[in-house]
Write a protein of this length. Sequence first.
Length: 360
Amino acid sequence: MIWIFFALLSGAAVMAILTPLARSNVARDEKTADLAFFENQISEINHDLTQGRLLPEEAETARAEAARRLLRQQLQPGTQVAQSRMLSLAAALLAIIFIPATAIGFYLFLGNAKLEDMPLAERLKAAPNPADLAGAVARIERHLIEHPDDGRGYEVVAPYLLRTGRGEDAIRAYAEALRLLGPTAARHAALGEARTIVAQGRVTPLAQQDFEAALNLDPNFAMATYYLGLSAMQSGSRDQAIEIFTKLIAQAPPNAPYFEAVKSQLDILRSGEPADERSQAIAQLPDQERLKVIRQMVDRLATRLSVKGNDAEGWLKLIRAYRVLSETEKAQQAIKDARKAFAGDKAALMRIDALAKDAN
């Protein structure tokens, strides 16, 4: 269909040039103009004679002079002053050939005739431009105001809202998707994760209910299992957390994106750091105080790694901490710094890359 449109545009461009050429006439040359002038002069002499403004002898002399000039002019070759029909034909042919040839040449240089059409579904899978994505989200939100029963719209927009710091809006969108589309393990877990991220990494009672509901629908759902292990760790149930994380690692498929995160948590638990009582005390603090303490701990860790950067576990912990705090830019910078610090350590780089992939 688009090729027909392009052909019509090319035809219109050609016609725009041919139309004035087709309407043009061959102008009279200088000889024709002079002949008309002298013929008019003789006519005026006769008119003056009739009106009595000239004597017969004077009129005869004037006619003779005009006739001589007219005869002399008739014997001279004419000089063309306007465009000839041959030139018009050449210009028309040039327009017919040159315009399509130029258009085809540009397409062959810039386009790709062998490129297959991309269906709408494939376009939606392609990586979007951030500006376009923001506009699309705004349109979806306007659509949801008019159609609040569109569960799929809520499910589509929720992850973007969460990534851009609109946590409460994301929680509402996940909850509406769950209510309208029906319960699944993925929907319960996504809602629980949103609640946890908004709570600055603390698995709240509502989030825990979401994760438990997810496991009731799918006992092997890894995300829900991980967060329940994190909840046990935060509440001071060290043995329970170790049991959950150990089971999760044992059931993890090869190259599981969450493997490194779980293993790191398990290593911390088995090494006895940090103290369970301290973790419990931090978890019981009011939200603002708890967030302040966590940020102080993260800042101290970042300062230590800037001086002594050969601590792989420290870098992994810092990257995860920034992610929990929804500080994406700092997490990405920490990943870059960690890769520089372990440029020659393949094993450490694999762990960092695995965590970076999980963070995406």
